[in-house]
Design a protein around this ligand. Sequence first.
Ligand SMILES: [Zn+2]
Length: 301
Amino acid sequence: MPSVQLNTDVALGVAIPSRAARGRIARLGSVVDSILAAHAYPPVIERLLAEALTLTALLGALLKETQGQLTLQAQTEGGAIDLMVCDYLGGELRGYVRHDKDKVAELPPEPTLEQLFGKGYLAITFDQPIASERYQGIVPLEGKNLGEAAQSYFAQSEQIPSLVRLAAEKRDGHWHAGGLLLQHLPEGEEGRERLHTRLDHPDWPHIAILGGSVKAEELTDPNLALDDLIWRLFHDEDEVRTLAAIALKRGCRCDPVYVRSVIARFPADEREEMVGDDGLIRVDCAFCSSTFAIEPKELSN
Ligand SMILES: [Zn+2]
């Protein structure tokens, strides 16, 4: 079986059975560069999206179904950003940030979530079509960073003690991002339904301390393979297992046929208002910045 390289653009599952802990670790490099290349975001927004994509990869890697989709959406009020959306499907990532340029220009280099999003909420949606499971949880965008907001998501929406660390850094013109997610699941990764979660279980603080010791530069270092980093953090444990690695890619699912069908559903007078000076209706994909040009007369029937 061809093995997936474990340095960059990859997510790896981790299990520490004797401590009833599971985790995901992910690192992104050229995937982030190529997603950001479709936009011209200021550095503070680039860093935020790099971290958000890393979080999306960590959460997406929790999906049991290969056709499952994970969506991360920040809805905001009164911040520098008014919308951030990232999603994951089968290892493919995409994302964009809609923001107010003037407000972003006034932000400090390391803004708080409140400065970025104002009164914001983070919605996380797990969609597993085969099991027809759809689950959405929403938490306030509070805390120092996205990692903290994700931790409160798990604590509040799922009652699962969790640790989330995210880091992103631009070096020599390229982004390097990495993240670690650890969770305490006393009933294990698969199988029996979880009856209750003991928040005071002594194994959890131990794992949270070891996992929490990870440094930002370890998460982002493309020369440090993810399994080596896991070993560095947890080598004293009785057993540390890694699960199948998932190669991560940039992927957009915008589709000219779909775009046309959406526009065709608008009433004729509204479609007329969309026509540009060149006689075409142009629709941009917010995720990848592709433009679809549509002949209005193709739509009228
Ligand atoms: Zn697109």
